[in-house]
Structures are given as structure tokens and as C-alpha cells.
Design a protein around this ligand. Sequence first.
Ligand code: FIX
Ligand code: ZN
Length: 419
Amino acid sequence: MKSILSEAHQVPFAAQVEEIVASTPVYDIHTHLYEPAFNELLLWGIDELLVYHYLVAESFRQHNLPYDKFWALSKTQQADLIWNSLFIEHSPISEACRGVLTTLHAFGLDVKKHDLPSIRNWFANRKLDTHITECMQLAGVKTICMTNSPFDDLERPVWERGFQRDERFTAALRIDPLILNWPEVAPKLAQWGYNVEANPSSGKTFSEIRRFLADWSKRINAQYVMVSLPPDFQFPANTMSASIIEHAVLPHCRDTGLPFALMPGVKRAVNPQLKLAGDGVGLTDLTMLQNLCAQFPENKFLATVLARENQHELCVLARKFRNLHIFGCWWFTNIPSIIDEMTRMRIELLGTSFTPQHSDARVLDQIVYKWQHSRRVIARVLLEKYLELGQDGWPVSRAEVERDVKDLFGGAFERFCKS
Ligand code: FIX
Ligand code: ZN
């Protein structure tokens, strides 16, 4: 293809797109990070980076320690084992390994000496508050959305006690147990003062669940309500899960204007011996999402899907339903080759009306690599698309690139939430 832009023109334009994508502040709309008031729930530092569950899973492919022996090790010992088996005995070329190195390199650490003790030493001298600021600066993240579960026994008391909110962090109400495990949740809700029945015989239970959702949405100032779902999840269905969604979650979301975020496709505990690292992926029948979007036009839905094979169908659904906003390359899809493919497909089908990425960081420092890696891929795809527009006689200005990137990095998401 012959370009209408001269070479002299293309180089600065390419550099401009890269620079804009690299420097536009992003709203990281789904993470597992916590604001500092949650103390030790906010994970950070080299050992946390090394024992990230993505690396735990990979390490079991390279060492031969039995599961129980691995879990009996201290965190430092686990980190040592992972460092040796994934970084020293083999080249750290997987995305999760490379991410650790991108992060350390961004902090200015000299990783070529492979000297874990000196890296530990560097982290030992860090103050948390400056570390948060520096991670956010290096990642270009302006706001971090947490994942907040009233069912988490470590997290709940912090919210109940109350604290001064940190304005860099927003909250999202996570309700997997409520939707997926009513028999276990019903007695808890009853204990917390909600008048619910294990087998609802009237609408009372659903109105009490709504009251619970309203109390928690208000308490945490939730930006959305979120659930992850197994691949075989169906809606509508004659199940308690579907009834809770229809009679409690969706009415609550309509009352408050909050989007309901669905993350289908996760098979929990495919290998329980791996603990948090043991979840897998399955193909979802997205008819359930189509039904939700069609039957509840007054509700807003956010969605990201775990299976690569579901991504095209999800884009087509978003073309059909303006009450659906798709986001992120979730978990096993958060690798450069699939981010490239998904971002390209989404741009080609949806323009800029989606959110290409979230970090899903569990360790603060990870935002650095997750965003640096994703920005590189997003810049490459965008540049290609802009150059094609140029070839069609529609040159794109710097201001237009800035507008588009702002939309992709949180603007479109925030507009959708407010709509
Ligand atoms: O359900 C989720 O929000 C997932 O992102 C996590 O449970 C998962 O463990 C993860 O960390 C993926 O990146
Ligand atoms: Zn997550």
C-alpha cells in the first residue's frame, strides 16, 4: 500500500501517537489493589511480585517440589524458588516474568546482575506513600479502581470502621458469593441484620438483598457492581443466581444508575492444589449476556470475557447493544499477542467506544509493567489505523489522537457510567 504521507511526515506522526499513548493518564478500572487504609491488604514489593499467582502457576512447570511443600515455605522462600526456577534456570520470557523485569527496570534497578538480595534491599528502604506515587507516575495511572467484597473478612471491618478515603482510589462492589453461593451467603446476610430466607417464599428476601446492595454501594461509593461467572452460566434460568440478578441486582443498579459488570468464562479451582493460581478458562455461551442487554435496556452492562474464542462475539454484541460497554484483556488474554488481536478487532468493530485495558494488578508495582506493555501494543494498533485513514485522505490531527486516547483510557468508560 502506498502512503499519501511522505516518510518525513510519517516519522513524527508515529512518534506523536506513541508519545500520546505513552503519556495519557489512564483510569485503571479493574484491579485487586487497595487504598493505604487497608494496610497489609495493599500488596507491594519484590517478594509479592515474585509470588504473584501467574508466576506460581508457571513455576510448577519448572521445579518439582510437591504442592504441600511449596505452600509450607515462607513467602521469601517461595519467592527464592520462583526466582531461581523462572529467572535464573530459564530465560524469563513469559509475559508475567518479563513484567517483573520491566517493573524493576522502570524503577532504575540493575537487573542484569541477577542479584535478588540487592533488589530486596532496595525495596526494604521504600516508603509506601512515595512508592504508590512513583508506581502511579511510571504507569501513568491517575485513578485505581479496587475490587471490594463485603464478604471478605479482612476487608469488611475496615469499611465498617470507616476511614478517610484516598482520592486516587475508587471502589467497585464485588458480589460473586451473593450470586453464586446463596446457601452460604443467606445466613451471613441474616446475621448482618437483613431479613432474608434461604428459600425465598416472597419478594421480601429480594428487597432485603437490595437493601444490602444499597447499603454497601453507598458505604464504599461503588462505581459499579461486579461478578465473575463460570462459562456455563445461563440467564434467564430457573436458578437462585438468575433470580438474584433479576430481582435484586438489576433493580438496584437501575435505582442507583450503577453499571453491572460481568466477567464470564472462569472455571474456578481447575487445579485446587494451586490455590489462587488454580483457576482455568472455558468458552461461554454469550446468549446470557445478549438476553440481559435485550431484556433490561434500562440497565448498563460492563463486560470482559476470559476465553479468546469469545472475543469476536462479544464485540458483535456491543455493536447491537448501546447499554453494553466492553473492557480489558482479562487475565490469560493479557499477553501482547492477544492484546494486539483483541484491540485491533475491537477498534475495527467499535471504533473508540470501548475500554481496551485494565491492569487486574494484585501487587501495586504491577501497574508499571501492565500499563507499559499494553500502551506499546495499543499505540502500534492505533498508529496503523491512523495511517490507513491518512491513505484514505483523512489525516488525523494531534488533538484528535489525544481525544481518542483519552476516550480509550477511561473517558468512554466514565461517559458510559454517567449515561
Ligand atoms: O475474578 C477476578 O477478578 C480475576 O481477575 C482474579 O480472580 C484473578 O485471580 C486474577 O488475578 C486475574 O488477573
Ligand atoms: Zn480481577
